[in-house]
Design a protein. Sequence first.
Length: 193
Amino acid sequence: MASIVSPTPSDGSARNRLTRIVVTGSESTGKTTLAQSIAEYYGVPWIPEFARDYAENKDEPLSADDVEPIAAGQIAREGIAFERASRVVILDTDIVSTVVYAEHYYGSVPSWIEQAARERVADLYLLCDTDLPWVADPVRDAQHHRRQVHDLFVQRLAQLAATVRVVSGTTSPDERLQRALAHIEDWCRLART
């Protein structure tokens, strides 16, 4: 097992002293399972998606009014975890996901959230492909828009000049994990050179 490279901090903040790997993508693409598995493999903490918890605790459908509380909650959850982590943290989505979904559902994003996404670009994004079968749950509703949302992630991450690797694989969760770990190891080798 290789260790994950820690970046050279640009300032003393907890966020900038950590290597941040984000597992992201459309609904029902295995993000949570993959984030947990990567964190377990490396023995590092992971941060669950705030938006899912928020949506599960709301008694009505989400609206544009929920975008800012979701973004603030995601940032707060990350901040707590960043203070506790020592070198590496795995995130089950980040603020970029809030931007993509706000654009998809409501057509706009508050400027402070756009700015936060630009300032908080992670070291590596593992973008989960839409090749897994859809699994319905009470929070998901974009089954027929998964590819469109995936393309929005591709566009937004490119605009942010983020380092992205697409993770695919349909035979088993282990196949996806092995592909993700290979991407991380390749990225680590490149970061060392």
